[in-house]
Write a protein that binds this ligand. Structure first.
Ligand SMILES: [Cu+2]
Length: 488
């Protein structure tokens, strides 16, 4: 026993050390540079910095075309100390897979072996967000030191992710325990570049600690610093593009509560996938909004020869992704092939099978708030008036199509709440929003429902088990916005 204990300790130490050295390379992890003003001097400095960056990183490490998809991954869950701002550091979590950001890149239709080991100091649980796999493989708890092997196969190529689902979910997700899960199809390699962009926000206290405590004033934790793949400002890896080329961008909103509306100055995005599922007909937009948990895949066609353009969001807290032009390339056609899922038939006129009213209420009992050093009445978030674990489960059958309505009546609070609702274990078709039918066929696994809005969806489960319908605004999820589908 003692020998096993010592070797376990040694292995953990080695993993921690390798994680640390990997981390030292990106020590300015959450550092945010000041925004660049329009003064020409600063623009010159900025150009020099980006030129240097491009030289240093001939390849953006999040261009997934640099890696061969694999079918076998070791995923280590580790804690690590990182510098959060000058003179401050905090202990965070991450997945280590040997690829940047703990990525997994696999081909579709391949038998996968994922060997997960928890080297962190906490219990954790892993949720493969958006994958259609048996219930027994989801939300699996791993104790410190524990190892589990996951075997499955995916037929659907797209942008997915995996993250901690250990309750309270905020604790680990807000501290970085998430990573992209990319399922490729052959023609993805025809793009001139294929970049993963994880958008996150960090609520840093004055002491540089990641704030994980709920408060009654902040209904949800919103960050004051924002990152792309863990980096902010000038540390963000540039994306390179030539005139005529088409690149693919895979945006993932990993924030626990913040939405990100992104745009690229002077360019349009061509949307090909939502939440990892192909749209029937790609469409052009000038900006895309991602609620927590959502993914959007877009194409960008190079229209310029020279210059740097920025992808930004609606705030100015660190997300500024340079797209750098470097001459004229091959004039490309999009390799995208539209062979997404078939629409469910007759859904527009079908009656609603189940309705879910999203709301919140003040909790009856007081809870101790360590920040305020007194007892505070907390909000609870509800689905049909109930807060998890007190729920009325909905009984469903495998293979049957149901029409459901999500209604957001959460309009009584200080600020009106949008809800980002996720169904585990499957994806669903958006039929209509406020009774207005969708112009194009859209399947998703997470959908935003704005205040006073209702969204009708059609859903079918392929796997039995207890699946959650929950808010992907993690503060609300942790405070009860979950219900259960008992699928048989
Ligand atoms: Cu999720």
């Amino acid at each position: 026993m003692k020998k096993i204990g010592i070797s376990l300790l040694l292995v953990s130490l080695m993993i921690l050390l390798s994680a640390c050295s990997e981390l030292q390379k990106s020590l300015s992890h959450i550092k945010v540079e000041n925004d660049v003003s329009s003064s020409s001097d600063e623009l010159k400095i900025e150009k020099r910095k980006i030129a240097k960056k491009v030289k240093q990183n001939k390849e953006n490490p999040f261009n997934i075309l640099s890696y061969e998809p694999d079918s076998n991954y070791k995923i280590n869950i580790v804690n690590y100390m990182t510098k959060t701002k000058a003179g401050s550091s905090d202990m965070l979590f991450k997945y280590v897979t040997g690829l940047p950001g703990g990525m997994i890149i696999v081909n579709k239709d391949t038998d996968l072996t994922l060997d997960v080991q928890n080297y962190s100091h906490d219990n954790t649980s892993i949720y493969w967000h958006g994958l259609t796999i048996p219930n027994s493989l989801q939300n699996t708890v791993l104790l410190p030191g524990e190892k589990k092997v996951f075997n499955f196969k995916q037929f659907n190529a797209g942008t997915f992710w995996f993250h901690s689902q250990q309750k309270p979910v905020l604790e680990q997700l807000n501290k970085g325990l998430y990573a992209p899960f990319i399922i490729k199809e052959d023609y993805d390699s025809k793009y001139a570049g294929d970049y993963v962009l994880m958008l996150d926000d960090w609520a840093l206290s004055k002491e540089g600690k990641v704030d994980n405590k709920y408060s009654t004033n902040d209904m949800e934790i919103i960050g004051n610093k924002e990152t792309v793949n863990g980096k902010a400002g000038y540390d963000i890896y540039p994306i390179s593009l030539k005139k005529g080329e088409i690149i693919k961008l895979r945006f993932i909103n990993v924030s626990t509560a913040q939405t990100h509306t992104v745009k690229l100055e002077g360019h349009q995005f061509r949307v090909t996938h939502l939440d990892g599922i192909k749209v029937l007909e790609p469409y052009m937009v000038s900006e895309i909004k991602l609620s927590p948990g959502e993914r959007v895949d877009v194409e960008i066609k190079g229209t310029q020869e020279f210059g740097t353009f920025y992808i930004t969001n609606e705030r100015n807290l660190g997300i500024k992704i340079p797209v750098v032009y470097s001459g004229i390339g091959k004039n490309m056609e999009s390799p995208f092939i539209s062979d997404g899922p078939k629409a469910f038939v007759g859904m527009e006129t079908k009656n609603i099978d189940f309705e879910y009213v999203l709301n919140s209420k003040m909790k009856k009992n007081y809870e101790y708030d360590p920040k305020k050093a007194k007892n505070i009445k907390y909000f609870n978030w509800t689905i049909n008036g109930k807060s998890y674990p007190e729920v009325n489960a909905t009984k469903l059958k495998v293979g049957q199509v149901y029409k459901m309505r999500f209604i957001n009546k959460d309009t009584q609070n200080v600020h009106e709440m949008s809800h980002s609702m996720h169904i585990q274990g499957t994806h669903f078709q958006i039929i209509s929003i406020n009774g207005v039918a969708q112009k194009t066929q859209i399947f998703k696994d997470t959908v935003e429902i704005k205040p006073n809005e209702y969204v009708d969806i059609a859903v079918k489960f392929e796997n039995s088990g207890n699946w959650m319908l929950h808010s992907h605004i993690i503060d609300y999820e942790d405070r009860g916005m979950i219900t259960i589908f008992e699928v048989e």
